[in-house]
Design a protein around this ligand. Structure first.
Ligand SMILES: [Zn+2]
Length: 188
């Protein structure tokens, strides 16, 4: 999946559900948000997939939680894990991840296709429903860096727009207040 979706979909979730409910949490959520994109840097280090291994993510999640508990930063550790796991989940449903590494180098994923097709030109028009199909994708891709990787998609841009709208509604009072102050300053 593209980095824009990876970045904005978890942010949209955090800011629209109330999980992030004060200034400190907001700053942490924004500061740690690059973790949601970070796994894809394994393309740059020449080991596509190495940061997509669930066992590795589980290890870092546990370590970060134990460290955070000692320094009373549990929410930061939870965000760190949530961002990284969200990346794996999104890649799992949009292609594949090395789910069973180190037991297997194969990538596993599902692609969900639920389509309705309309045929025109016939009376009455026929509607045929293609049932949902869940495909298990198996391909060896763990150590490859070649291929075409999307940077942004329409869905990613939609997530970004909805996240910005969420912020706009969340901080509407701040915007209204600053607009009011601007008008007041102009009047004086
Ligand atoms: Zn990825």
């Amino acid at each position: 999946m593209d980095p824009v979706t990876h970045l904005f979909l978890p942010l949209l979730f955090l800011f629209s559900t109330g999980v992030v409910n004060d200034k400190r949490r907001e700053k942490l959520a924004l500061l740690l948000s690059p973790v949601a994109v970070m796994p894809d840097i394994d393309i740059l280090i020449g080991h596509r997939g190495v940061l997509h291994v669930p066992l590795l993510v589980l290890f870092f999640s546990v370590v970060s939680f134990l460290l955070a508990r000692r320094y009373k930063r549990v929410f930061a550790a939870l965000l760190f894990s949530l961002y990284w796991w969200s990346h794996l989940f999104l890649d799992f449903i949009a292609g594949g991840i090395p789910l069973l590494y180190p037991l297997s180098n194969m990538c596993f994923g599902v692609s969900i296709a639920f389509k309705v097709s309309f045929s025109s030109g016939s009376l009455p028009s026929r509607v045929s429903v293609v049932p949902p199909r869940v495909n298990v994708v198996k391909h060896v891709g763990f150590n490859t860096t070649h291929g075409v990787f999307p940077i942004a998609t329409s869905f990613g841009v939609s997530c970004a727009v909805f996240f910005l709208l969420t912020l706009l509604i969340r901080y509407r009072r701040v915007f209204q207040r600053s607009l009011f102050l601007n008008r007041l300053q102009r009047m004086l």
